[in-house]
Design a protein around this ligand. Structure first.
Ligand SMILES: NC(=O)c1ccc[n+]([C@@H]2O[C@H](COP(=O)([O-])OP(=O)(O)OC[C@H]3O[C@@H](n4cnc5c(N)ncnc54)[C@H](O)[C@@H]3O)[C@@H](O)[C@H]2O)c1
Length: 425
């Protein structure tokens, strides 16, 4: 194993996870940020992060960091970190294609003594079952003799102002020596400290269970929100009352989208099936959370009908299309699913979001975002995402977009006081 002074870090995948890590390491250790997306690398070479997570100043401050889309530039590096996507396919089965491709790419430049650490979220065992065989076969090197591996889950949460340095980093290695080395490398940047575990599968399990636990907790809140609605009880009042107990959990109902919480549980479910176990709680949590867009649309349409507004002749405005507040990420963003449900009732839907990349929305979701909502125009306004920009805009301005006297406001995240909206979750 090399010493820290001889360690050179190559990070594969310059996305939400890889870039902050590259910037943190690049302040201290020679680091190369690699991505197969040429446009991403061109932007980063100009210090531009399209996802708006890392400022130009921050990227510039990483003096030992360079970017490249040429795999051969990684040749002189010896400590590789993999942070590529781990999606599911349309049957919700883990799709390991990016991890396999990244492993294959590293295999081309892997040398004796190198270390490969995986950060992508997977199920326990995936690193050794899926990635290591690719590295071994294509590099012709022997695992735990010629090269070593590790797994260290990433726990950042985009737009939450939590830096990678400030979150305890769980680390692990393919043997005791590799574990200690990997841990010492991360210690160079992680101010909050590291937590070295003996078994790579523990580190893998830790991350996927954290996210599944979150999914389950939100699902329970969504489930009770549906029941409270049926009983005519205001859910947010219940939550406020619950909060007075010292050990009440602070979860709230809402949409679960994005690349992590709405996806990672499927990895765990998939692996459990292999052991003949169906994780019913986790599986049903996914069903409940995925059902929320339909529930929201039905709640709205019912209210419209009660108010003698014909949904088929109505216009709706969805405010916020990212998966999360103050974040530009539109992967698995549920506001689009609400629109899909509303369209079943022939509701005409406009989308407004001042944070996300309009071109990306057009390319990926085939949706044209409006520049600015018209005033006195909409029968329904759905405040789907609690962007600070909407909070600062204030409810009075938002209400002006709605038709005077008849326009409904659905404040999904209960951003504003309950008397200001007609519907909430
Ligand atoms: N986004 C988050 O908040 C977050 C938090 C913790 C963990 N994770 C996990 O980390 C992993 C990465 O997530 P992300 O949000 O950074 O994804 P991302 O889509 O933002 O970034 C991934 C990057 O990898 C690149 N890439 C894909 N295949 C590649 C390959 N073969 N070689 C090199 N680059 C390749 C893509 O071009 C992209 O730029 C996932 O497993 C995710 O579940 C994400």
């Amino acid at each position: 194993m090399k010493s820290i002074k001889d360690t050179k870090i190559g990070i594969i995948g310059m996305g939400y996870v890889g870039l902050p890590l590259a910037v943190a390491f690049g302040k201290k250790i020679k680091t190369l940020g690699f991505d197969i997306n040429k446009n991403r690398i061109t932007d980063l070479k100009k210090y531009k992060d399209k996802s708006k997570e890392i400022s130009e100043k921050e990227i510039k401050s990483a003096k030992k960091l360079i970017f490249s889309d040429n795999v051969l530039d990684l040749e002189e590096y010896n400590f590789f970190i993999v942070a590529v996507p781990t999606p599911v396919d349309r049957f919700k089965i883990p799709d390991f294609t990016p991890l396999i491709k990244a492993s294959s790419l590293i295999a081309k430049i892997l040398k004796k003594g190198d270390v490969v650490v995986f950060e992508s979220t997977v199920y326990p065992g995936a690193t050794e079952e899926i990635c290591i065989p690719v590295l071994e076969k294509e590099s012709k090197l022997v695992y735990n003799k010629d090269f070593f591996a590790g797994y260290s889950p990433e726990r950042i949460s985009p737009a939450d102002n939590n830096n990678v340095q400030d979150i305890v980093k769980v680390t692990s290695g393919s043997n005791i020596e590799a574990g200690k080395y990997i841990d010492s490398v991360y210690k160079q940047i992680i101010v909050a400290g590291t937590f070295l575990v003996e078994d790579m599968r523990v580190a893998e399990a830790c991350k996927v269970i954290e996210n599944t636990q979150r999914d389950i907790n939100i699902a329970f809140m969504n489930e009770v929100s549906v029941v409270m609605e049926k009983m005519g009880i205001e859910m947010r009042d219940v939550l406020a009352a619950m909060k007075t107990k010292w050990n009440a959990l602070s979860f709230v109902p809402g949409l679960v989208g994005g690349h992590c919480i709405g996806v990672d549980p499927y990895y765990l479910l998939h692996k459990a099936y292999e052991f003949g176990y169906s994780m019913e709680v986790s599986r049903n949590a996914r069903i409940v959370n995925d059902g929320m867009p339909k529930f929201i649309a039905e709640k709205v349409v019912t209210k419209m009908c009660k108010n003698k507004v014909n949904p088929a002749k109505s216009k709706a405005l969805i405010m916020g299309v990212s998966f999360k507040e103050n974040c530009a990420d539109i992967r698995n963003a549920r506001p689009f699913d609400i629109a899909k449900e509303l369209k079943k009732y022939s509701v005409e839907v406009d989308f407004y979001d001042p944070i996300v990349d309009k071109k990306e929305v057009k390319t990926v979701k085939k949706v044209d975002l409006i520049e600015k909502p018209n005033e006195n125009y909409y029968d329904l306004i759905i405040l789907a995402v609690a962007h600070k920009k909407f909070i600062n805009m204030g409810i009075n301005k938002i209400k002006k977009f709605a038709k005077k006297d008849s326009g409904l406001i659905f404040d999904i995240k209960a951003i504003f006081d309950k008397k200001e909206s007609d519907l909430r979750l």
